[in-house]
Design a protein around this ligand. Structure first.
Ligand code: UTP
Length: 290
């Protein structure tokens, strides 16, 4: 079985739900406490053994590429002023040379189309997809849990979790064969099912391990829900050829592509922060007390 070495990070979406904040700052670069969302995602990928990150970017997303590069002026100023702890934090997310690739999705035609844009860089090997606006707090990290499941059963894995009451029509929903507490064979999946038709209460929450055969299917995948080329639709076709398992992961997910999700993530991560946690708790408590 080939190991999972590469992760595709689609970051070309318009971020409509977090406008106007995402107008000039890519939504994947919005801050959670003291660093951009993508910083947490890269750490999660590295913890799962990912050696190469493929970003699918778009117009107006140059800040992402710049964040993962040196900023010589800033770094030399920090060094000259002896602000070495800040310098260390600024450099912490820098990639090893050649560890990241950037490819453009020239129009935001949907998540499936974005993943397809990475086909030549991924090549003929299994790969992870990480949706960078889904911050998944877990120990071990969510993608590491998915890689462990992959090492056990192979094929394709999607990470799922219970969908909040009444929200199933907004997500990809899976159908399962079996009632194992964590890992079950999938029998179907549907993107944004009309209310009342969802096959389960489990939604695809933002981490996948896929076989490269998905690229052929994405190449001729037509538009689906919302008029977009949906990854879920191509996965549903691949399921006729290859096994899929759904992993109910152990952790908490924050949808940072949504205003309240972004707020929840900021509060939760601030409260858990090793240096800022106590101050954050005091600040939140004071706010709630009015
Ligand atoms: P979302 O649907 O959450 O992102 O896609 P979006 O389209 O930016 O959101 P809204 O609805 O406008 O608020 C999940 C991930 O897939 C990327 C997004 O950047 C996000 O990280 N994506 C989505 C692409 O890269 N290309 C697309 O065409 C669509």
């Amino acid at each position: 079985m080939k190991p999972v070495r590469k992760a595709v990070l689609p970051v070309a979406g318009l971020g409509t739900r977090v406008l106007p904040g995402a107008k000039t700052t890519p939504k994947e670069m919005l801050n959670i406490v003291d660093r951009p969302i993508l910083s947490y995602i890269i750490a999660e990928g590295r913890a799962a053994g990912i050696e190469h990150f493929v970003f699918v970017t778009g117009r107006g997303k140059n800040a992402i590429e710049d964040y993962f590069d040196h900023h010589p002026e800033l770094e030399s100023q920090l060094e000259a002023k002896g602000k070495l702890d800040i310098l260390e934090a600024v450099r912490a997310d820098l990639p090893r040379p050649g560890e990241m690739s950037f490819v453009r999705q020239m129009a935001p035609l949907g998540l499936g189309h974005a993943v397809w844009c990475a086909r030549d860089i991924v090549g003929d090997e299994p790969f992870a997809v990480m949706l960078p606006d889904m911050l998944m707090h877990a120990d071990p990290p969510a993608l590491a849990q998915a890689v462990s499941a992959y090492n056990e059963v192979g094929g394709n894995i999607v990470v799922v979790e219970p969908v909040p009451e009444g929200q199933a029509h907004k997500y990809g929903i899976v159908a399962l064969d079996g009632d194992h507490p964590s890992l079950n064979r999938m029998t179907g999946m549907v993107e944004k099912p009309p209310k009342g038709t969802e096959p389960s209460n489990l939604f695809i929450s933002g981490r996948y391990i896929l076989q490269p055969e998905i690229f052929n299917l994405l190449g001729d995948q037509g538009k689906g829900a919302g008029g977009e080329i949906q990854l879920t639709d191509a996965m549903a076709r691949l399921m006729a050829l290859e096994p899929f398992h759904a992993l109910k992961y152990d952790g908490v997910t924050y949808d940072c592509g949504d205003k309240i999700g972004l707020l929840r993530a900021n509060v939760a991560y601030a409260l858990q922060h090793p240096e800022l946690g106590d101050e954050a708790r005091a600040a939140v408590t004071a706010l709630l007390a009015g």
